[in-house]
Design a protein around this ligand. Structure first.
Ligand SMILES: [Zn+2]
Length: 542
């Protein structure tokens, strides 16, 4: 037996028990290395769902921009994602947060303002991120003692104008005394402190958050299947469980993990994993609650005891023997979500047969159960049951005979195809499972003109001349400073990854009628190298 398991990233853990796909490992999250490249790679791709402090859209977007690769970056990000730094913009409209990202990635020169405070600002590329930095700077350039510096921190934090005015005078007087920087530089520096510190964090606080974020990201990067299964299970406790499931599923697919819909034969109540793939539980289907699950479970046991286990049944046997044990809306949803796919019959056909079966009179159902087992198909069974009782059938009135014959005919000569259409499956799964699992809306579109997927774009592929075949998830119209209308789109595609696109005013004016939630589009776009965003040039209906 091997004693140590080594991940691709080089992380090693003692093995407690050999098993597939991952052995049971012995580890204490507080003792894992703090520099695992797999964690930084995952965060840089924006896979932040479930990562403490970074799971919002804001966290995702800025992780993609920053591409943190050490704990210092993660700590700074926690502070930089506060409203103060995001809103504090320079004369070119670049926020403090953005400056930090640009400098970290070598796209802008680092400016430490003055050599005397270089040591304080160098670790954050010249950007003032933390309260501790402001206090330390005041100590050096204005000779503040710890007490003065604390007054500075408090008065800025609490935004007390009178206190502020006093501290400013104190600061400038100090600057004149120490003569390390000029009075003018002192004024500039003070206004910078004032702006950046308005909502700022202290570093120790930000570091604690970063560690929690790192640990959750570490679990996700090394045990992604288990991580997502756990998060999907706890989605029901969130404010918007279906939204949560949608985002989790989109991200796990974008991370090349697989998720499967519920199955009657191989199931648990809740999301579960076999260690390779993630599966819905039967209880994750809309309207299939604990009561119905208990009924399914007890009928499984009954069938097994009676010598006809559910996995050996045909669809016809299941239909006539089992389906009426479960509430009809639950059964319809179990069929529609593909949980009975092991019968090898389309969901549409099973649903049509089930709807006919459940509307039969109890004595008709009884007749079919007693007399039609060898027929093993609903159509001949209905025909066998259709005559009235005196003629050897199971119906009590002529009108019922007519009803059964026409039901049998509707199945034999259905006006519409009994094949499952991808679009129907998409809408059913969206409604009953929270998100489409089997197909995406794009799968039923002609995508031959597209040349890139969202997933590939997020992985850094493609520059100009890009064509995406996407479904619009969210349109967020905004106004520019000049008052022109533009928008941010959130789109998804056949890769199931979800990404943001920017629609500037000229394109918005021309195309806004096509940019609606749920529409499927061919989007012509290019990568904005500097901000690493996707800019829309034109859109066409798919
Ligand atoms: Zn690792």
């Amino acid at each position: 037996m091997k004693e140590v398991y080594t991940f691709q990233c080089g992380c090693k853990f003692p093995i407690l028990e050999e098993r597939e796909p991952l052995p049971l490992l012995d580890f204490d999250i507080r003792k894992v290395r703090k520099d695992c490249p797999a964690v930084w790679e995952m965060l840089g791709k924006g896979f932040t769902k479930g990562v403490f402090q970074l799971e919002s859209r804001l966290g995702k977007t800025w992780c993609q921009k920053l591409k943190p690769d050490n704990l210092e970056h993660l700590t700074a990000l926690g502070a930089l994602l506060r409203p103060g730094c995001l809103q504090c913009k320079d004369e070119n409209g670049i926020s403090t947060t953005e400056h930090y990202c640009l400098r970290k990635n070598g796209e802008e020169d680092v400016d430490v303002f003055h050599p005397s405070i270089e040591e304080i600002l160098r670790p954050t590329y010249g950007v003032m991120c933390y309260q501790e930095q402001a206090m330390k700077i005041a100590e050096i350039v204005a000779g503040f003692n710890l007490q003065d510096a604390d007054v500075l921190r408090k008065s800025i934090g609490k935004k007390l104008p009178e206190e502020m005015a006093k501290v400013k005078i104190m600061f400038l007087e100090g600057v004149e005394k120490t003569k390390i920087i000029t009075k003018k530089e002192g004024e500039t520096l003070f206004s910078q402190i004032e702006k950046s510190q308005r909502y700022s964090f202290n570093k120790s606080h930000a570091y604690c958050y970063a560690i929690d974020g790192y640990w959750s990201a570490y679990c996700k990067a090394h045990f992604p299947v288990e991580f997502f299964t756990e998060y999907l299970s706890s989605a029901k406790e969130k404010q918007k469980p279906r939204e949560e499931i949608k985002y989790l599923v989109a991200e796990l697919k974008a991370m090349d993990l697989e998720i499967f819909g519920p199955q009657l034969l191989d199931w648990e109540d809740d999301f579960w994993t076999d260690g390779y793939k993630i599966h819905y539980g039967l209880g994750n289907i809309k309207n299939v609650g604990k009561t119905q699950i208990n009924k399914i479970f007890s009928m499984r046991e009954t069938c097994k005891a009676a010598g006809l286990p559910i996995d050996k049944m045909t669809w016809f046997q299941f239909l006539v023997l089992i389906t009426d044990k479960v509430a009809s809306n639950s059964m319809q949803n179990i069929i529609s979500t593909g949980a009975l796919s092991h019968f090898g019959i389309s969901r549409t056909k099973m649903l049509a047969e089930y709807n006919i079966w459940k509307d039969l009179k109890p004595q008709e159902q009884e007749f079919i159960r007693a007399n039609c087992a060898p027929l093993n198909d609903l159509v001949p069974a209905l025909e066998r049951c259709a005559p009235i009782k005196s003629c050897g059938g199971g119906c009590s009135r002529q009108t019922r005979t007519q009803a059964l014959i026409s039901a049998a005919n509707s199945l034999k000569n259905s006006p519409t195809s009994m094949d499952d259409k991808p679009n129907w499956i998409v809408s059913i799964e969206k409604n009953l499972l929270g998100t489409p699992i089997t197909f995406t809306k794009i799968d039923s579109c002609d995508v031959s003109d597209s040349n890139i997927t969202c997933k590939d774009f997020l992985a850094g592929k493609g520059g100009g001349g890009l064509f995406f075949a996407v479904e619009v998830e969210v349109v967020k119209p905004i106004k520019t400073k000049k008052g022109d209308a533009m928008a941010f789109l959130t789109v998804t595609d056949s890769s199931s990854a979800s990404m943001e696109m920017v629609v500037f005013p000229d394109v918005w004016t021309a195309c806004s009628s096509l940019l609606t939630d749920g529409n499927t589009l061919l989007v012509e776009a290019y990568r904005d190298k500097k901000k690493n965003g996707c800019i829309v040039k034109n859109v066409y209906q798919l």
